[in-house]
Write a protein that binds this ligand. Structure first.
Ligand code: HEM
Length: 106
């Protein structure tokens, strides 16, 4: 298993807008081969980061998605007047050494 997190440094006044833009992503990511989980995380701190968490069956599945039209569609600028939603970002990738999951998880 492989986990990739894209940490977005978002000014607090733009967090609500970005949260809304990610609203359909949970559904979108269900259709991506090898994507086991998607979470959009909002740090509790006022100036905290918003993080896109993705979990994959393999690094290869993640890399295939990076090459896909679905990825390109999700990342193209919506209009030329759009400001970038996240002025900077930092990517973190992990191989999963151990994991557990509750049977009751919704
Ligand atoms: C240049 C770096 C990147 C920036 C600034 C960025 C920012 C964004 C933004 C603003 C969106 C929302 C688009 C919208 O609907 O308006 C988005 C979608 C998304 N991003 Fe990125 N992203 C970057 C690269 C990546 C990478 C490398 C990953 C890998 C984990 C990733 C994961 C995702 C996911 C899972 C979505 C939702 C896709 C969907 O709905 O189909 N992003 N990203």
């Amino acid at each position: 298993m492989y986990v990739v997190m894209n940490e977005l440094h978002v000014p607090s006044e733009r967090k609500a807008m970005l949260t809304e833009r990610f609203g359909k992503s949970a559904e979108n990511m269900k259709n991506v081969p090898g994507c086991l989980e998607f979470l959009f995380l909002d740090n509790e701190k006022e100036d905290g980061k918003q993080v896109v968490f993705t979990k994959w069956e393999s690094k290869n599945d993640y890399e295939n998605w990076l090459e896909s039209d679905a990825f390109k569609r999700a990342h193209q600028q919506k209009g030329s007047s759009d400001k970038p939603a996240a002025p900077s970002n930092e990517l973190q990738a992990y191989t999963v050494a151990h994991s557990s999951r509750s049977e009751n998880e919704s």
